[in-house]
Design a protein around this ligand. Structure first.
Ligand code: SAH
Length: 205
């Protein structure tokens, strides 16, 4: 059965985002045993207790981030690399940090095979961002944090924006859009989401 891809989402209207979702093959980012559900609008397991986000949530977060073609983007929580590829379609450069080394390596291979040359990967603790590559015009965090990590605010360019789920690590969180202005930050709550936690501490192999 062939279904429309992307599906119709009433609140996703940014054509660049819809085009990116149309061209990135989600089936290349899910484990073989889940491939037949690659075009269902659901999160799927990717190993080590992690998940590839639901396509609608990817679309919502990407639309909220409002990435322009000349921008440099930091992503925290590479996971499968699917969101990384969507961002690589929209931005000039994408820098992605993941704490589980095997997931980072697999994501890097997938993006390389798909021909993305503007995505860069690092194994590390995303709470610390990627200071050597800062500042970033946009930052997307795809794991739930109790608070917005201060290093990420520091690494955000003037007038930069962050999209991040904030709240109880094993419950429901609120998706926040934070906009850094000259001397303060403005926040907007975009609604409830459920993400795996942004874990503290050392990277895992
Ligand atoms: N955007 C991903 C979703 C990944 S799920 C996708 O589309 O597939 C969240 C990811 O965040 C997991 O891979 C998890 O290992 C990672 N993560 C959790 N805590 C982290 C931390 N402190 N630093 C970096 N990555 C972290």
């Amino acid at each position: 059965m062939s279904e429309a891809w992307p599906p119709f989402w009433p609140d996703i209207h940014d054509q660049r985002v819809l085009d990116a979702i149309a061209v990135v093959p989600r089936e290349a980012f899910v484990p073989p045993e889940y491939r037949r559900w690659a075009h269902a609008d659901e999160p799927l397991p990717i190993g080590s207790g992690q998940t590839i986000s639901q396509p609608y949530v990817v679309a919502l977060m990407t639309q909220a981030l409002a990435v322009a073609p000349n921008q440099r983007v930091l992503e925290i929580g590479t996971g499968s690399g699917y969101q990384t590829a969507i961002l690589a379609e929209l931005a000039r450069e994408v820098y992605s940090v993941e704490r589980i080394a095997w997931l980072a390596r697999l994501a890097e291979e997938r993006l390389d095979d798909l021909g993305y040359r503007n995505a860069h990967f690092r194994v590390g603790d995303g709470h610390l961002g990627w200071p050597e590559q800062a500042p970033f015009d946009r930052i997307m965090v795809t794991a739930a944090a109790a608070i917005i990590p201060p290093a990420l605010i520091d690494q955000l360019a003037a007038n930069g924006q962050i999209v991040i789920p904030v709240g109880q690590p094993y419950g429901v969180q609120d998706l926040y859009l934070v906009w850094k202005q000259d001397d303060h930050a403005v926040e907007r709550n975009l609604g409830a989401v459920r993400f795996v936690p942004l874990l503290p501490g050392q990277p895992e192999t």
